[in-house]
Design a protein around this ligand. Sequence first.
Ligand SMILES: *Cc1c(COP(=O)(O)O)cnc(C)c1O
Length: 237
Amino acid sequence: MVKCLNNEITVEELRRRLEIIRENIRTAALSGGFDPEAVRLMAVTKYVGAEAVLRAVEAGITLIGENRGQALQQKLPLLPRERLEVHFIGHLQRNKAARVVRMVDMVESVDSAALAQELEKQAGALERTLPILMEVNIGKDPNKSGVLPEEADRFAESLRAFPHLELRGLMTILPLGATQLETERYFSQMHALYVDIREKNRDNGCMDCLSMGMSGDYKLAVKHGANLVRLGTVLFS
Ligand SMILES: *Cc1c(COP(=O)(O)O)cnc(C)c1O
């Protein structure tokens, strides 16, 4: 799926869009009884080149997400890495894990024990701790990766065996075509799961991150407790 977004977008236009998005986030958080200040906004940069990412940084973006290791490798040398937090958000194959671990601050898409084991190995080799999110397939969509919701707690427990991984929270991508009602139900189920797992207070990471909501559904996600939204289209198109 190749989407061609506007690589020519200006800093002023990005600033204008960010202002509207932040206002939407504020309204949505308050409507759900959540703290608007706690919600972080990620620019998903997979549709655009490094120049557009640089303009987004100038417009105030401090967190970016990419779903391909190769694209990230091409863009990162052109970006002010020290001013940016970089998350990997795509399906990660085990043979690509070593390269990705070297480039990112967090992997949001940990969806299997095999991947967790490989990330543990690579983080250990670099003598670093890698913050991760567990990707949950909340809609039980057979076309999507992610841990099934009923297995999430067991998976969180199993991650304690990996000293170089720090479980910081949960991430989800909803099934395509979910109705508003289904969307709200999925987000609210995700929030409940996040709170449940967080309350176990396991010793392998402080759970502070619920990453859900994309361009089409970020307001509903924030209303139901997301504190990280991942936005591509609404920012760059
Ligand atoms: C592409 C992508 C997004 C952003 O999607 P938009 O609908 O363009 O905002 C968010 N999360 C993940 C995992 C993605 O791959």
